[in-house]
Structures are given as C-alpha cells and as structure tokens.
Write a new protein. Structure first.
Length: 235
C-alpha cells in the first residue's frame, strides 16, 4: 500500500509510521515540519522491511501545499491507498485571550490543511483500489462531549474536520474512496501534557497507533462518512 501520514515526527504519528513500516508491502511518506525528528524516525525504522520516505513540510503554509508538497508526492507515488491526516496544532488559551493569529493557525493545521491535501490528492486516491482517508480528530470536537476551558480554538477546528468528513463521503459516495474520522480520547502524548499538565492517560501512543493502523488498512470496508469515538475516558 502507498500511504501518507502527516504529523509523523512525534506521538501517535511517529508510532503509526513505525508500525506500518513493519509490512514490506507498505510504501510510506512521513510528513512533518520537524526534519530532525523525521530523520530520527527513518533511522528508527532502518531495519523494518517497509519503505519510508520522509518529507519535511509545514502544513500551516497552505499556499505551498498544491505546489511544493503535491509535487513531492507525485514524484514518488502514482496512486494513494491511505491518507492519515494526523497533524494537529494545540492552542491552550482562555477564550478572551484568543487572537486572530491563534484562530487562523488552529484552522490552518487542524482543518484547512486536510481539506487542501484531500483535494490535491484526489487524482491519486481515485487510482487506488480501496482508498481510505482517515482524519484524526479529538473527542473535544464531538458534539455533546465534555469540553474544557482554554481549548475552544482546538476543539472547534477539530469539529470542522469531522463535519468535512461527512461532507466528503456524501460528495464522493459514487467513488471507491472512503472517508472517516477517528475522534481520539486521551493518549499520553506531548500535546496532552500541554493541555492537561499532570494528567495520566490510559493509553500510550503505540497502543492508539496500533488501532489506527488496523482501522486504516481495514476500516474502509465497513465504515464511510463516520465520526468514530475512540476513547476510554474524559478528557
């Protein structure tokens, strides 16, 4: 399978690439703005049979996605089986202190970048036999879930990602592409530590990555246009 994973330099994304690379049939492009951590990831996977390409890129630079990033993808892939929009940006700030820059950054990384990526990668997805787009959201972006002070920008941008998933499934229902969102509960990552200092999550990144890997490979057979909670607790 030909796979792209964004947000691959740490946490769940890092562990997901490591797991995917254990399969010799996988050709994975790992994307992050942190080139140093991507180099560490490639070194960490040097004995794995899957092929890993690392692609340093800042998804906040939306205008560069259709030109620079997509050109890099087309250099290596002639089709795309799986896209995991895992990259995320956390703004943890009281509502009255949020400024326009905070809101723009949250929307750019958590919502707009996946939209632009999906749009640009559609030709490659349509060439695959069973293409699957997985958008990684948060329980904070699910209507009716527990909400927390300071996370308005993050949670609302992740909510937009889920609704976009439903829209894409409707718009492309006659195609082979499947679109799903996984709304993750708490996982012991750097982002969680920034949002909830001192909180101990019930799952580590490797455990959640194992679920996402299985869902990415097989979930499109059973689900389309769904926002699926993957959570043991709140937050």
């Amino acid at each position: 399978m030909k796979i792209i994973v964004t947000g691959a330099s740490r946490g769940i994304g890092y562990e997901l690439v490591r797991l995917l690379a254990q399969d010799s049939s996988h050709h994975i492009m790992a994307v992050s703005r942190n080139a140093g951590r991507l180099a560490d990831l490639k070194q960490d996977c040097k004995d794995h049979p899957g092929k890993i390409l690392v692609q340093p890129f800042d998804l906040e630079m939306l205008e560069d996605i259709p030109v620079r990033f997509l050109a890099a993808v087309q250099e290596h892939f002639d089709s795309l089986d799986i896209l995991v929009n895992n990259a995320g940006l956390l703004v943890n700030k009281p509502f009255e202190e949020l400024d326009l820059k905070d809101l723009k950054r949250s929307l750019a990384v958590n919502y707009l970048a996946p939209v632009v990526l999906i749009q640009g990668l559609l030709p490659l997805l349509l060439k695959a036999q069973k293409p699957h787009v997985i958008n990684i959201s948060s329980m904070g972006g699910v209507q009716g879930s527990v909400k927390f002070p300071g996370l308005c920008a993050y949670s609302s941008s992740k909510a937009a990602l889920g609704v976009m998933t439903e829209c894409m499934a409707a718009e492309f229902k006659e195609s082979r592409i499947r679109f799903n969102t996984l709304a993750l509960g708490s996982v012991q990552t750097e982002m969680l530590a920034a949002a909830f200092p001192g909180y101990k999550a019930p799952l580590d990144p490797g455990e959640m990555a194992a679920f996402i890997k299985d869902f990415a490979e097989k979930g499109g057979t059973y689900f389309n246009g769904k926002i699926i909670p993957v959570s043991l607790s709140s937050p």
